[in-house]
Design a protein around this ligand. Structure first.
Ligand code: SF4
Length: 385
């Protein structure tokens, strides 16, 4: 392979102030080299974050490459029939990190590719031998090791950890306004404050500062959980034979479910079509709609016997046991001749509707320090590329 004449540098440009300061640092340190800003777009950013990204690239006078699968986290959840939460969810991995890794390591281009300021590229090959840069500072340095390992054989640097940089001063120097989400009190500017892994403190701020965004997210969460619940009901093969839906009927029902919700989650309709949850016509024992939510509340661990017999109170706790099975958070054992399953870390769904109600009726119970959110780099630790 031919070695490029100039050294390549690729900056993961996320719409955050730190990645802007990182780009400035690299540009000043290596003025003659080939520097690229690289943004993997989850199609869910705030319009002012897009403003910051494009204006930032222009003011830095650097080329910007934008890649995207074309899906937003909400559309990904719809496609996977999952409601992500702070313990489960690979939106950042699939929409950001895998897109980047597929491209930089294997040359695979995603569905959407856009260039801005391509004229600032100093050579066509901007990948060979590149050093990658992340805008992570000392507060997040615990992430450093995993990121370095995952990006091998690329060399990775995080200048804000090892150099003292006043990020706001860098913005001032270029005369660029910070993304509005910081001013609104968000700790990061990703996904327009809608991060599905966020906690109560974060959602309180979203409700206060962008009530329309909060309301829409609350509606979307509701429709998503009804859709996911219906999906799981249709494909459930844990019910006794007499209550199981035959495969050819399942296919028809899944198509009907898709027809009801697809346009809504792809922004082509204001509401889903009228849809009756299939459990409405089930025998009383199986007539239940499982609840799913972005936020969770801690419950007790749950023991269930082989007949799926659980009492009414425990049923609430058991609602997300499928997730615990997916995550292998359960133990099976025998006791007094009975087969038992113990689910660990059971948690209770806590929907944005519940939260909204509690926020109005018992605001003192809202944990303001529960910020949670953005697993955009944490998810990367489990990346296999
Ligand atoms: S900010 Fe949250 S919702 Fe958006 S991609 Fe990252 S983890 Fe997913």
């Amino acid at each position: 392979m031919e070695v490029p004449i100039r050294k390549n540098h690729i900056i993961f440009f996320s719409g955050g102030k730190a990645s802007f300061a990182t780009a400035d640092f690299v540009k000043k340190k290596y003025p003659g080299d080939n520097i690229l800003l690289y943004f993997t777009d989850p199609q869910w950013e705030h319009k002012d974050s897009y403003r910051f990204i494009y204006e930032g690239a222009d003011k830095l006078e650097l080329p910007l490459l934008v890649h995207s699968t074309g899906l937003s986290p909400m559309q990904l959840m719809f496609e996977k029939k999952l409601v992500y939460n702070n313990r489960l969810g690979d939106c950042s991995k699939l929409l950001k990190m895998r897109v980047a890794a597929d491209y930089l390591k294997k040359g695979i281009e995603p569905n959407i590719q856009n260039w801005r300021n391509a004229n600032f590229l100093k050579q066509d090959d901007f990948i060979t031998g590149a050093t990658l840069y992340f805008g992570i500072d000392y507060k997040e340095m615990h992430r450093e090791k995993a990121i370095l390992k995952n990006w091998l054989p690329f060399q990775v640097e995080m200048p804000l950890i090892h150099n003292f940089v006043r990020v706001d001063d860098v913005l001032k120097e270029y005369g660029i306004r910070q993304p509005d989400l910081y001013k609104l009190g968000f700790s990061h500017s990703n996904c327009s404050g809608r991060c599905v892994k966020a906690g109560m403190g974060h959602f309180r701020n979203l409700k206060k500062t962008m009530p329309e965004v909060f309301k829409k997210l609350m509606e979307e969460e509701y429709h998503l959980y009804m859709c996911v619940s219906a999906y799981r009901y249709i494909i459930d093969n844990t019910v006794p034979d007499e209550d199981r839906i035959p495969l050819h009927v399942q296919e028809m029902m899944l198509q009907e479910l898709d027809d009801a919700y697809r346009d809504y989650f792809y922004g082509r309709a204001d509401k889903p079509k009228l849809y009756i949850h299939p459990s409405a016509s089930a025998s009383a024992r199986y007539m239940k709609i499982r609840k799913y939510s972005f936020m969770k509340r801690q419950g007790n661990s749950l023991v269930e016997n082989s007949n799926n017999t659980i009492d009414a109170e425990e049923e609430t706790v058991a609602l997300d046991r499928q997730e615990m099975m997916d995550l292998e958070l359960y133990d099976e054992y025998e006791e007094d001749g009975a087969s038992l399953t113990k689910y660990r870390y059971a948690s209770v769904p806590y929907t944005l509707r519940d939260f909204n109600n509690d926020e109005e009726t018992k605001p003192d119970q809202i944990d303001l320090f529960d910020i949670g959110g953005c697993g955009c780099f944490l998810d990367f630790e489990n990346q296999t590329v």
